[in-house]
Every structure is written in structure tokens, then in C-alpha cells.
Write a protein that binds this ligand. Structure first.
Ligand code: MTE
Ligand code: MO
Length: 435
């Protein structure tokens, strides 16, 4: 990856000012004064470089800003323009069947802004007129029916906060660390508030025949993506979503209608949903035979590996967010599990020898990104930083060595092993793997 593609390090002065403020607050809270003194030199330097802060009056205080209504649809500050979805050009042959990654290292809360939700399309983004769109429900149902978007919006609705993760998240790293950005090694997960109709509510209208065991979901994009879903999941927490973070679902995420299968392979949350067929056996579509199966060391493949098992990432420090000098920091990250709630996150700075429990931030939803943090003081020595998630089923996130022992290295999917960030003496962070 070209070095200039990285987020430039903050200027020394900015960082020093920030560290000074953070440090004092942090250590006042902790009741220790030692490090505040150590940081005060850097804070003094920040005062020398100060051009806009008190006692100066900055330019933006001397003029009127744009008025209300001048920005009918708001956008992030132009100073945040490096926080964007990114692609890795060599990963895929075309842009239509490709992936863009969420800048997860810079995500501040559990909701991924809609414009930053990762994208995975097999045939580009379908451009759908919601008035012309239809959902057909057929096969082993009592009444075959076709629904308009207006019909679907008349059903009792619900909202849930859930992640969507492509099982290929981290899939380039089965054989070793390869990509130099947190965004590229864990950015195929995003989390939104989804609004729509629980599928079981809509299925009360059509009825489902007694022998129906599977449901086929099909998209209206040029890939006509199809996956077989067991009936239990369809009747449990599957949703037909038309809303994302308070507005209509974005075209990239499946406008006007997507299936959401919380906690399961992102691939099964079919976008631009147009067809649900019920039957007594799976369809064995391309997406569940030649793709989205996991080749094991003995040459056999695991099929229907639906669950996204517990996973986590340290977002600070990380390759795109290096440390800037010794002192106090708050380490932050995310954890998530497709099987339930995150119960615990442990963090190591010595490559897994010692572990400390991180603080989990509210709210903690099942099958959603969960934010965690852990204060620490950096003495300037190299670190091997790792995080390990545990969910409320008791499942503990494995190391890459443990995962390789059972799955080998041939798979693309379901690499939920712990990442290791090598923090170098200068504060730069490198993606590495431990044996
Ligand atoms: N119709 C359709 N649905 C689809 C896809 C697609 O290409 N077409 N991609 C799938 C894959 S592989 C994933 S990981 C998720 C990605 O969802 P997102 O693009 O909203 O992040 O959508 C799934 N649903
Ligand atoms: Mo995917």
C-alpha cells in the first residue's frame, strides 16, 4: 500500500495540546499527579504554537457563517474528508463486483454513518424506483402474494441496531499479515439502526406450509443474488428493512428493501430484495457452493457456515492512528458477536502474555458493534497490542494459530482471529501475526 494513502499523523503541536488536556483530565480523575507534570512541557510548547486559541480571536469568530437552510442535506466537516470508504484495487478485477471498507479505526460510536457503511456488490448498485419495485412471496406458502413498497410500509414496524459483516472480513490474512490498515483488515463490518417489518409478521399474510423448511431470498440487482435460509431463521429475527439510521436505506445497502439476517454472513442479507420462495430443501446456489463455503485442510468444504462468531479490533492505536509520544492514552476498539451480546473484552499489550479487562460502553446490543476502552500509559517501548472478545454464549475469540489448527489456511471466510498491532518505539503501528 502506498504510504501516502495513510492518514497523515497529526501535527506534533496539535497532538501535544491534545495529550496535555487529556493527560491532566485523566490523571486528575485517577488521583495521580506525576504524569501531569511530565506532560506540562508539551502543553507549554502547544501554547507557543497557538495562533487561534485564547487569547487570540480566530477568523471564524469574525464573520457570519452560512445560514439555516443553506445546507438542506448536511455533510461532515471538510476537515474530516480523509474519513472515507476505501478500496484495495488489486483485490478484485472489476468495480462492479468488489468491496469498499468502512474506516472503522475512526468510527466514534457504535453506529456506522450510512455514507461510510462498507459495500459489497456482485454486480454494482441497482438503481430502483420504489414505486415500481415488488416483492413476491411464493412456493410452499398458503397464499402466493406480491407486495408493493407501500404495502410493506403498512405492516407494524420495528427498529434494531445490528451489524452486517462480510465473512470475508480478514479473509486476506489466513496465511499471514498482509494489509497495512485497520480499515482493510477489519473494515468489512458496519453497524446501523435498521427499520422495517419483522419477516414473520409479513409471513402471517402469506402463511407458510407445514413442510416448508427453507426460504430462498433473491435480489433485484444484475447478480440476482440468491441464498437459502433455514425457516427457523426466517421466523426468528429476520427483517425486511427499508430504513437505515433514520432515513430510507441507502442505494448501496439495498434501497428500497433488503433482507436482514442479524448475526449471519452478510452475504445472506440480500439487498434490493425482490423474491422469497419457500421450499423443503436448500437450493445450493452459487453463493453457497462455489462461494461462501470454507475449504478445510482435508480437502472437504464446510457449507452453510452462517454464524459470524465473536470478533474484535483495536481501533486506537492502529496502523492509521499511531501513538504520539509517551504518556496517557485511552485505548479503544470494537467487539461484536453474531451469536449474542459481547460479555467481555480483554486487552494485551505484550502479545497475549498478560490480559486486562476493558470497559464495555453502553449501549450493548446483541449482534451489534460494542464499544470498549482501556486507559493505559505508554512508556515508549514497543508493544504487541491485541484484543480478545467473549460473547454471552461463553465463546472466546481464537488466536490465528488456534484457528489455523482446525481450519487450515485455504479458506477465505470466517477468519475472526485476534489481530496483533506491533507498536514500534516511534509510535507507528504495524499489522503483524504471532506464531
Ligand atoms: N442482491 C445482493 N445482495 C447482496 C449482495 C449483492 O451483491 N447483491 N452482496 C452481499 C454480500 S457478499 C455482503 S457481505 C452484504 C454487504 O452488504 P453492504 O454492501 O450493505 O455492506 O450484502 C450481501 N447482499
Ligand atoms: Mo460478502
Amino acid at each position: 500500500m502506498p504510504a501516502d494513502d495513510r492518514v497523515p499523523a497529526r501535527s506534533r503541536a496539535d497532538a501535544a495540546a491534545k495529550a496535555g488536556r487529556l493527560g491532566r483530565r485523566g490523571f486528575l480523575a485517577a488521583g495521580a499527579g506525576v504524569a501531569a507534570a511530565a506532560l506540562s512541557g508539551r502543553a507549554a510548547q502547544a501554547t507557543t504554537d497557538n495562533k487561534y486559541g485564547p487569547p487570540h480571536i480566530p477568523d471564524w469568530t469574525k464573520t457570519l457563517g452560512p445560514g439555516v437552510g443553506d445546507k438542506p442535506y448536511g455533510a461532515p466537516s471538510p476537515h474530516e474528508k480523509q474519513i472515507i470508504r476505501r478500496t484495495v484495487d488489486w483485490l478484485t478485477a472489476t468495480k462492479e463486483s468488489s468491496v469498499s471498507f468502512t474506516p472503522i479505526a475512526e468510527q466514534l460510536g457504535i453506529i456506522t454513518p450510512s455514507g461510510l457503511h462498507f459495500e459489497r456488490h456482485h454486480a454494482g448498485i441497482a438503481d430502483i424506483d420504489p414505486k415500481a419495485h415488488r416483492l413476491v412471496v411464493h412456493g410452499m406458502v398458503e397464499r402466493e402474494m406480491i407486495f408493493t413498497m407501500d404495502d410493506i410500509r403498512r405492516f407494524p414496524s420495528a427498529s434494531v441496531v445490528r451489524f452486517i459483516e462480510c465473512p470475508a472480513n480478514g479473509g486476506m490474512e489466513w496465511r499471514g499479515a498482509q494489509l497495512e490498515r485497520c480499515q482493510y483488515v477489519r473494515g468489512m463490518v458496519s453497524c446501523s439502526e435498521w427499520t422495517g417489518v419483522p419477516l414473520r409478521t409479513l409471513l402471517r399474510e402469506t402463511g407458510v406450509k407445514a413442510g416448508a423448511k427453507w426460504m430462498l431470498a433473491e435480489g433485484a440487482d444484475a447478480a440476482a443474488m440468491t441464498r437459502s435460509v433455514p425457516i427457523q431463521k426466517a421466523l426468528d429475527d429476520a427483517m425486511l428493512c427499508y430504513g437505515q439510521n433514520g432515513e430510507a436505506i441507502r442505494p448501496e445497502q439495498g434501497y428500497p428493501l433488503r433482507l436482514l439476517l442479524p448475526g449471519w454472513e452478510g452475504n445472506m442479507s440480500v439487498k434490493w430484495l425482490r423474491r422469497l420462495e419457500f421450499g423443503d430443501q436448500p437450493w445450493h446456489t452459487r453463493e453457497e457452493t462455489s462461494k461462501y463455503t470454507d475449504l478445510m485442510p482435508d480437502g472437504r468444504s464446510r457449507q452453510f457456515t452462517w454464524f459470524m462468531e465473536a470478533n474484535s479490533v483495536v481501533t486506537f492505536p492502529s496502523p492509521e492512528r499511531p501513538l504520539d509520544g509517551k504518556g496517557f492514552y485511552e485505548m479503544t476498539g470494537f467487539a461484536w458477536s453474531g451469536l449474542g451480546r459481547v460479555r467481555r473484552v480483554d486487552v494485551s499489550i505484550d502479545g497475549g502474555r498478560n490480559w486486562s479487562p476493558a470497559r464495555l460502553h453502553d449501549p450493548i446490543y446483541a449482534k451489534a458493534l460494542t464499544r470498549w476502552s482501556l486507559p493505559f500509559r505508554w512508556n515508549g517501548e514497543p508493544l504487541l497490542v491485541m484484543s480478545r472478545a467473549q460473547d454471552d454464549t461463553g465463546y472466546v475469540q481464537p488466536s490465528i494459530a488456534e484457528l489455523r489448527k482446525v481450519r487450515g489456511v485455504n479458506s477465505i471466510y470466517h477468519n475472526n482471529s485476534m489481530l496483533t498491532w506491533h507498536v514500534k518505539a516511534g509510535g507507528e503501528v504495524e499489522n503483524v501475526q504471532l506464531k
